[in-house]
Design a protein around this ligand. Structure first.
Ligand code: HGY
Ligand code: MN
Ligand code: MN
Length: 412
C-alpha cells in the first residue's frame, strides 16, 4: 500500500471537526488565540490522538509542540511538517489546523501502511503563529530558529497587559509527559500544508498550489498622545486631538498605498480611541499597520516612509512608532519545491505554482533547512473569518502530496 492510498479523508475531516469544537464560535469559526485555556485544551486533544498511535511528544520552552514517529536511524534529523493551532479572534476551522492535522494524518497513514523510513517523521504545532494577541506573529518558529530572542518574547504583552512569560507555564502544563527539546534542534527538511487563504486555486479549478515563496511583510504599532478635552466647549485652536492626528496619518498612508495592479497589501487592523466617550476629545489613539509586498526593495522603501508620514501628520502631538515585525520576502528550496511538484504530478492532481500572500512558520524553517509549502483551495478564498471553509477531498489531496513528499525525503 502506498502512503497516499493510506491517507484517510474521513479521519482527517473528523479531526478538523473535533478540534474546531475547542474555542468554537456561534458563527461556526474558532476563537483559540495563543496561550489561552482553549489553545491548551487543543494541545491536550492533539497529544491524546498522537499518544494513541504511539507517537512520542516533545515541547520546547516557548511551547512549540512536536510529535514523532521513529525512523530506522535515530540519529538522523527528522522530516517535519506542521503549522499552528492558535487562531485569529474570529478565525476559521482550517487556518493552521489543517497543516497540523495533515501532519498527524501522514504519521497515521505511515503506521496504517506499515511504512518504514530512515529518518523520523514529525509534525509540529508552532506557538503563537497568528500574532493577533501577542505581536510579533510566527513567534514560536522564529524563536526556534534564533531569528527572534526568547527573553524578549517572554516580555511581550497583549492589550490587557497579560505577558507571554506569565502564560507559558499553563501552555506547557497541557502536555506534562512531553520531553523537553532545545531550540534549534536540527530538521532534515520541512513542508507545511495550508489552505490557500486566497481565491486563485478555486477560481482556476485547481487542487494543489505549489508554493515557491512568501511575500514580505512589515508591521508597525503607533501610539498618538493628545489631551482629553470637553467636546462642546474646547475650540479647535485649543485641542490636542489624538484621533485627528491618527486619522491624518492613516489617510495619507491609504493614499500612498493605492496600487493599480492590486499587488500591495495595506491594513489598519487595530484602531483604539481612548477614552472612548462621545463628548470627550480623544487623548490617546493606538493603531497598527500591516504592509505586504513580494518585492523586498519596494517593501523597504514604503515601510521606511511610515516614520515621515507620522511626523508630518502628528500636528505637533507626541507619538511613538514601533516596528513589531519585519519579514522580507523569501523563496523556498528548489529541491523541496521540485519534490512537491513531482509528487503532485505522480498523483495526477491539477496544480500551479504560486507565492503565498500570508505568512507561515515555513518562512523561518526555510532559514535552517530545505523547506516548502503545499496549498489547497478554500471556499471563495475567505480566511481570517469564521465562515472559512474547505472541502474534505481537497484537504485529503493535499495530505497525500505531503505524505508522498515526506516519505521520499525521509529516505534520503
Ligand atoms: O498574518 C499572516 O499572514 C498569518 O496568517 N499569520
Ligand atoms: Mn495559518
Ligand atoms: Mn492566519
Amino acid at each position: 500500500m502506498t502512503i497516499a492510498n493510506a491517507v484517510n479523508e474521513q479521519r482527517l475531516w473528523q479531526r478538523h471537526m473535533d478540534l474546531a469544537k475547542i474555542g468554537a464560535t456561534a458563527k461556526g469559526g474558532v476563537n483559540r488565540q495563543a496561550f489561552t485555556p482553549e489553545e491548551a485544551e487543543a494541545r491536550k486533544l492533539l497529544a491524546g490522538w498522537a499518544a494513541a498511535r504511539g507517537f512520542s511528544c516533545a515541547v520546547d520552552d516557548i511551547g512549540n509542540l512536536f510529535f514523532r514517529r521513529a525512523g530506522t536511524d535515530p540519529d538522523a534529523a527528522p522530516v517535519v511538517t506542521g503549522s499552528h493551532i492558535d487562531s485569529q479572534p474570529t478565525g476559521g476551522k482550517f487556518d493552521g489546523a489543517y497543516g497540523v492535522l495533515a501532519g498527524l494524518e501522514v504519521l497515521e497513514a505511515a503506521e496504517d501502511a506499515g511504512i518504514v523510513t530512515k529518518r523520523p517523521l514529525e509534525f509540529v504545532a508552532w506557538s503563537n503563529e497568528e500574532g493577533g494577541r501577542f505581536q510579533p506573529a510566527t513567534m514560536g518558529s522564529a524563536v526556534y530558529t534564533g531569528a527572534m530572542n526568547f527573553d524578549e518574547m517572554l516580555a511581550v504583552i497583549d492589550r490587557t497587559g497579560a505577558k507571554v512569560g506569565d502564560l507559558l507555564p499553563a501552555t506547557l502544563a497541557a502536555t506534562p509527559g512531553a520531553q523537553r527539546r532545545a531550540f534549534g534542534t536540527p530538521l532534515g527538511a520541512y513542508i507545511e500544508a495550508h489552505i490557500e487563504q486566497g481565491p486563485i486555486l478555486e477560481m482556476e479549478d485547481l487542487t494543489i498550489g505549489i508554493v515557491t515563496g512568501i511575500q514580505g511583510c512589515r508591521w508597525f504599532a503607533v501610539d498618538v498622545e493628545g489631551s482629553e478635552a470637553h467636546a462642546g466647549t474646547t475650540p479647535f485652536s485649543a485641542r490636542r486631538d489624538a484621533f485627528r492626528a491618527a486619522h491624518a496619518i492613516v489617510a495619507e498612508l491609504y493614499e500612498l498605498t493605492v496600487d493599480d495592479k492590486d499587488i500591495l497589501r495595506f491594513t489598519v487592523g487595530c484602531f483604539e480611541v481612548a477614552p472612548g466617550s462621545p463628548n470627550t476629545v480623544p487623548g490617546h489613539v493606538y493603531f497598527t499597520l500591516d504592509i505586504r509586498h513580494p518585492d523586498a526593495a519596494f517593501l523597504k522603501e514604503l515601510g521606511d516612509k511610515v516614520e515621515d508620514v507620522c511626523r508630518r501628520n502628528a500636528n505637533g502631538l507626541k507619538y511613538t512608532l514601533r516596528e513589531t515585525y519585519n519579514v522580507p520576502p523569501i523563496k523556498f528550496d528548489d529541491g523541496v519545491v521540485g519534490r512537491i511538484r513531482d509528487c503532485t504530478k505522480e498523483l495526477k492532481l491539477s496544480h500551479r505554482d504560486m507565492i503565498s500572500g500570508a505568512l507561515h512558520d515555513a518562512k523561518y524553517m526555510n532559514d535552517i533547512c530545505p523547506a516548502g509549502m503545499i496549498f489547497v483551495p478554500c471556499e471563495k478564498g475567505i480566511s481570517h473569518n469564521e465562515v472559512e471553509a474547505a472541502r474534505p477531498a481537497d484537504l485529503a489531496a493535499g495530505a497525500r502530496v505531503l505524505a508522498e513528499a515526506m516519505i521520499a525525503l525521509a529516505n534520503q
